[in-house]
Design a binder for this molecule. Structure first.
Ligand code: ADP
Length: 560
């Protein structure tokens, strides 16, 4: 049977996460947009409903006003017709004045400017004479009044009565409102026009009464709330002269208007729902804008996505660093192991005749074994510190002794690269520290100095005391550390990036172990330029005792 193996391209978890993040962002955007449009259309329909209520109220009020105005006009002018009945002389103007007072009484209204109009007038349509009370209006004003009112009356389909709004200057200096009625003679022919001139606000009090008289919105919606707690209403002319305003100027978010017929002066009733009660008229209230919420959520999603991407990048970097570490460790292990094997086999084969050759081989095996030990120690220390499982055994150390022990142990490794080791240690220096930790710190620094410095160089170890702190410095004659890298190299897996590639292989954990062990002693580390070029790695540890003699070559502190 033929078996078919499909070799598909493996998708890395990173790309999968990236695709998922983009998808999540796209879905969030789509959901956000959808929520936004839904809220907008909900809001638009709610606003539409509120504007509809406003238009209902405007229409209702306009009807109330027309009906009541008709009643008022009938009350005022019917008496004229009753008096006259189409025969004899036209009734006198006084009757209109008396009737206006009756109206005020009837409506229990002070109506000062309605009770005392600026003038009463009568236009005789037969002989075109106009008389006015008081008779202070000049002939020009009278004829202009007669022209305007007669023209208005002629233009109306219903010619019985009417309101004419006159802007300032067209009759008097201020805007005026003319109210008139037609007196019919025999055979329903228009015989005369009776009327009076007031300021535009003359009906204000009556309009206010009619505003509160009955609900302008269906009580099923508004409950028992009075009109003025729900609505603002104004009545004004086309040229914006106000006859009545139910309150202070109002916001027109939910507003509508109704224009009365021409016989009522084309007055405009504008109604607006008070924004603070709009929510009460709509079940569930007026929806608030969701934009800030949606934008915040999108920003959070974006923030989380970016954080995840950063994390991903960091993990990739770590993975790469770990790979470098593993290959570095393998390389570091392989070289000494090969040496140990080779020289052990030589010894075993008996080919080495002289004692000197045998001693040299043993020396190499010893040296490489030490290097292996140091490497393994570093890795163990590194893994222990990652698990926070480091126990220090603090004891009082003789610094000069500990340092020279380490130097002596390290000498074979140094001489393999013809490196001379020197030390300048103040006499009598003591330190409270962990012996193994201090040795490992020094070994790592020495190892780096030899590894990265040139053959034949001199590596110097200095120890001195500054206050109660011990300063231990390892100087080499190598390339030194660029300023920009001086902080980074103390972190795990980090190696110098810039400049020519440093020849030596490494694991990138030597200095991290140094920093960790010194940190456990509450000390600090830094690197600076050595006086003769090269690098000076400095370790400062608390707990120093003994000599306070100035060190032979003072080490100037400059943080790396
Ligand atoms: P490793 O030596 O295994 O790479 P370390 O943590 O000991 O790791 O050192 C980190 C890096 O610091 C090294 O890779 C090297 O680039 C740089 N370095 C350390 N010591 C020296 C030195 N004495 N001279 C020049 N560069 C050094």
């Amino acid at each position: 049977m033929l078996s078919v193996t499909r070799v598909g391209r493996r998708i890395s978890p990173g790309s999968l996460l990236l695709v998922s993040l983009v998808a999540i962002l796209a879905v969030s955007l789509a959901l956000g947009y959808h929520a936004l449009t839904t809220t907008r259309s909900h809001r638009a329909s709610v606003e539409g409903a509120l504007r509809h209520y406003a238009s209902m109220a405007a229409w209702e009020y306009s009807s109330v006003v027309r009906e009541d105005l008709n009643t008022v006009l009938r009350m005022v002018f019917d008496e004229v017709t009753r008096e006259w009945r189409g025969f004899g002389d036209l009734p006198e103007l006084r009757i209109v004045a008396a009737e206006l007072r009756d109206v005020a009484r009837e409506y229990r209204c002070e109506c000062r400017s309605l009770q005392s109009p600026l003038a009463y007038f009568r236009i005789d349509l037969q002989d075109s004479t106009t008389i006015a009370l008081p008779d202070t209006l000049n002939a020009g004003t009278l004829s202009s009044l007669a022209d305007t009112v007669t023209r208005h009356q002629r233009q109306q389909a219903d010619k019985r009565a009417g309101l004419v709004m006159l802007p300032a200057g067209s009759l008097l200096e201020s805007p005026t409102l003319v109210t008139y009625s037609t007196a019919y003679g025999r055979r329903w022919s228009a015989r005369a026009l009776y009327g009076f001139v007031t300021n535009p606000g003359a009906y204000g009090e009556l309009l206010a009464k009619w505003f509160t008289a009955q609900p302008l919105l269906p009580p099923a919606i508004t409950g028992t709330h009075p009109n003025d707690s729900l609505l603002y209403i104004t009545v004004h002319t086309g040229s914006n002269d106000t006859l009545f305003a139910s309150g202070a100027p109002y916001p027109t978010t939910y507003a509508a208007r109704d224009t009365m017929p021409a016989e009522y002066g084309g007055l405009i009733v504008a109604a607006a729902i008070r924004p603070d009660v709009a929510g009460r008229l709509i079940i569930g209230g007026v929806p608030r804008s969701r934009l800030p919420l949606i934008v915040t959520l999108l920003l959070i999603t974006l923030g989380l996505g970016t954080a995840a991407l950063f994390q991903l990048r960091r993990e990739r970097q770590l993975a790469r660093l770990r790979d470098d570490f593993v290959s570095g460790v393998s390389h570091e292990l392989r070289t000494p192991l090969a040496q140990v094997r080779m020289f052990a086999e030589l010894l075993d084969s008996g080919k080495l005749r002289t004692q000197q050759e045998r001693d040299r081989s043993l020396g190499v095996i010893n040296r490489e074994a030490r290097r292996l030990t140091q490497l393994v120690e570093n890795i163990l220390q590194f893994s222990r510190s990652a698990r926070a499982a480091v126990d220090l055994k603090i004891e009082r150390l003789d610094v000069a002794r500990t340092v020279s022990e380490v130097i002596e142990a390290f000498r074979p490794l140094a001489s393999a690269k013809t490196v001379s080791l020197e030390s300048e240690i103040e006499d009598g220096l003591g330190l409270r520290a962990d012996r193994d930790a201090l040795s490992q710190v020094l070994l790592n620094l020495l190892d780096n100095a030899v590894k990265y410095g040139p053959e034949g160089q001199t590596v110097t170890v200095r120890a001195s005391r500054a206050g109660n702190r011990l300063r231990l410095a390892v100087e080499d004659e190598g390339p030194g550390i660029p300023r920009t890298e001086r902080r980074r190299i103390w972190e795990p897996y980090q190696r110098v990036r810039s400049g020519a590639k440093r020849a030596a292989a490494g694991t990138g954990i030597g200095l991290a172990v140094v920093a960790e062990l010194v940190g456990l002693h509450d000390g600090r580390t830094w690197v600076e330029d050595a006086l003769g070029g090269g690098a000076r790695f400095v370790v400062e540890l608390p707990g120093a005792t003994g000599s306070l003699e100035p060190s032979p070559r003072p080490i100037s502190e400059a943080s790396g």
